[in-house]
Write a protein that binds this ligand. Sequence first.
Ligand code: FES
Ligand SMILES: [Fe+2]
Length: 435
Amino acid sequence: MNELDKEEITRVGPGTLMGNFMRQYWIPALKSTELIADAPPTRLKLFNEKLIAFRDSSGRPGIFNHECPHRCASLFLGRNEKDGLRCIYHGWKFDVNGQCLDMPNVSPNPNIQSKIKAKAYKVLERSGVIWVYLGESKTPPLFPEIEATLLPESELVVDFMLRKCNWLQALDGEIDTSHIGFLHWGCLDAQDIPEGHPLEHIKDAIPQYHVCETEWGTHYSAYRFINGEKEIYWRSANFLYPFWTQTPQGEFASNVNARAWVPLDDENTMFIYFRWTKRPNYQIPLKNGLAPGGNKPMPEYIDNSTDWLGRWRLKADASNDWLIDRYAQSSGLIFSGIDNIHLQDQAVTESMGAIANQLNEHLVSADLMIAKTRKVILKAARDFRDHGKTPPGLEHPEVFMGARSGYFITPPTITWGQAYKDQVQTAIRPKLDNK
Ligand code: FES
Ligand SMILES: [Fe+2]
């Protein structure tokens, strides 16, 4: 990347290339459970815009720019009253669509009142998540058909976690397959993995890669010839516009996941992980009775605060060196010394600094997917800005349904195109909640 590329792909605030581009899509913003009817509003930040979210007495969610349209006092301080939010400064009240319902400090004038609106954004709620459309168009795009996000709430797990760094380095880490055998499972030797185990083949640390642009974004399949070259072991993953990934977390046929990397501002990103509960999870082989990637199934959260960036923060961060255990590291218990796979990713990407300096990188063949993905994102965003071209996937949200991740094994003669097509066609499809 050159300096212009770096600047344009990392900045996400109002008026920036990436900020404007990503605002064209539906954005997962909060868990439904974060908003309680008639409870005080919640602060949130998206694309460096300060917002508030609340749920009215009828259960409808609303997301506004936080400034009151009268004299800009923060509506975070507002009173969530009967079906509307009332500013505490002069008492103006707004419904979830931003329409002013009451202006008690002036003589009643329906003509003026009907024209006053808080800057409210379009919101929809599905699968236990509140989504927002921050674009300018009167008609928001169709909902993206990303399989994991369409699952009924009863079959879905959704986790939010704040990552304190720029969105791009967080996303890069997701499509960087060659770190798995080091950062996560560096202590695992080939003989530790039982024969027939799905991870048996990943100890070959130098796979070959098939990387390509697709209708939904980009795709890679890392592949290794196995069993005396009688078969190929593939591990496939995707980037989906504008900030989604799918990682190979199990067998391809039943692996339904989607991972959003939503920029809150230039230096903070919300990770939102949607996954199907019925996906069979493979067990990581134990070494000395311990899981080599760490033993904690989930990182520990600290309590939410009311700050703009106060939601879904993890206890381990730069201030405590991500709780690295040097004994675990040097004794070979955990290669990284950091106990939890997610935290390991969190540590390396946050350790790059708030915005990594990609100008200092030396990309190699193992980074092909990262290089390709950055290139297609920049091209799509510039095509939108410079030529008014509709961002990918908005007119045809069904293209996202072609994206799946996971591992599979094929005969050695089959090409990637055919292998992937066959897998997608025979994949197990959960019943979706296509409202
Ligand atoms: S600033 Fe909100 S009512 Fe005056
Ligand atoms: Fe990782």
